[in-house]
Design a protein around this ligand. Sequence first.
Ligand code: KG4
Ligand code: ZN
Length: 374
Amino acid sequence: MRILGIETSCDETSAALLEFRGDYFRILSNVIFSSVKLHAKYGGIVPEVAARKQMENIMIVLGRALKKRISNSRYSIVNIQRPDYICVTNGPGLITSLRVGVETAKALSYAWTKPLVAVNHLEGHIYANAIFDSDTRAKASTGRQFLALNKIQTPRLQIPKWKFPVLALIVSGGHTQLVLMKDHLKYRVIGETQDDAAGEAFDKVAKILGLSYPGGPEISRLVKKGDATKVDLPRPMINSGDYNFSFSGIKTAVLYKTIEKKIRKEDMCASFQEACVNVLVNKTIKAAVAHNAKMIILGGGVAANERLRALLKYEVCNKLCKTELLMPDIGMAGDNAAMIAFAGYYRIKNKMFSDWRKIRTEANLRLDGRSIGQ
Ligand code: KG4
Ligand code: ZN
């Protein structure tokens, strides 16, 4: 079966075509357009700008993902490959950005009479871990005119078998959650941030230090020349006895210490990163022990952070030798449609389809079904 994935939850417009056969799958395309550079001058995502770019680019991205050139010595034609299923992110995210993907998916589902599958963006980040081949670089290329598109393909890969219970640490720009999975698609949020998301804290600290947006990659770059022991920063909620997080206190401490005295940016970045990563890894290990997790999974944009990956790996090896650790390929950590198609594959297997007349777009859609805010 061929599955089309569509992802437009924030500032990335992405479409991917995946082929599943028996125990194997292949990524036929994973095309990503990112408008992130347009937002850099504002120091954060501007929803109106993001949505406008989604509208301008969705058809270009879809065309690139579905087009197949067939050539021989006499002719060359371009075919649009029709998928068997259409999977689309319907939340959480920016409502106007999400609507672009959802409305497009509805139109395609109606026109092609193909089943439609609504996928939660966060389950996409979880299932990005199923795509672990190092060839699957899906790096969003933002090019000079913000129109460079990246198309990738993989050879045939085996669909991995996950060992449950799985504990997933999702760390993105909008979310920080510890999710317990007893089976595919069965989610229980056992802990989450009470204020800023981890990625959001990286972005805000970068702004305080005069670095550009998005802050995560900028801070990671400066950390290499910094000393993480130079600035003493708090580890909020580290001994709270639950699996919740808080990052705004670390951010505020960075602000005050920056005002108080002259500290090298590199040292501040290293100390800040260390504080965040310490809390994330500490709580993940505690939750994995308490819930007897057979597998730990990392997902979301912050999963690209090298220190987080290294410390998590070290702690799992030392403290949980029987637990497997899956981390997404760096290129798969950020938003992309291949991860949405992959999560959709499990929904299709469970016949969890959405009627195009009824599919809802929810800015605060939760993994465990409870909708907040709206
Ligand atoms: O998952 P994602 O692409 O978008 C959301 O769903 O939010 O995550 C984006 C977030 C941004 O906050 C960005 O600063 C952060 O991921 N990020 C990083 C790194 N690369 C991206 N944070 C820390 N270290 C990184 N290397
Ligand atoms: Zn994301």
